[in-house]
Design a protein around this ligand. Sequence first.
Ligand code: SF4
Ligand code: F3S
Length: 105
Amino acid sequence: TYIVTDACIKCKYMDCVEVCPVDCFYEGENFLVIHPDECIDCGVCEPECPVEAIVPDTEDEPDGKWLKINSEYAEVWPNITVMGEPPADRDKFAEEKGKFEKYFS
Ligand code: SF4
Ligand code: F3S
C-alpha cells in the first residue's frame, strides 16, 4: 500500500485525490490519509504530490508509524474524492520537518 506522511501536514495540496482510481483518500483538518486496505498499489498518486508526502509503505518509519496513522484515521475521517481549497499558507510549511508532533489534526 501507499501511505501519506509528515510532509502533507498543513500543505494538503490534494492533487492526490483527483487521480486515485479507487477513491481511498480520507480527510482530516490539515492532513489526508490513504486507507491501506482500499489502496490497490497503483502508484499514480505518488508523483502528483508536490511535497512528496506519499510513499510506499516499504519506506515507512521502522516502527510503522505512518501506516498506523493512515490505518487509524482512514476509519474515522470522511472520504474525499474531489480536490478542495488547499490552505492559503501551504508553501510556508512545505520544507518543515516534524509537523506531526506540532500540528497534526
Ligand atoms: Fe489510490 Fe493508487 Fe495512490 Fe493507492 S497508490 S492511494 S490506489 S492512487
Ligand atoms: Fe497531501 Fe500531497 Fe495529497 S500534500 S493532500 S498528499 S497532494
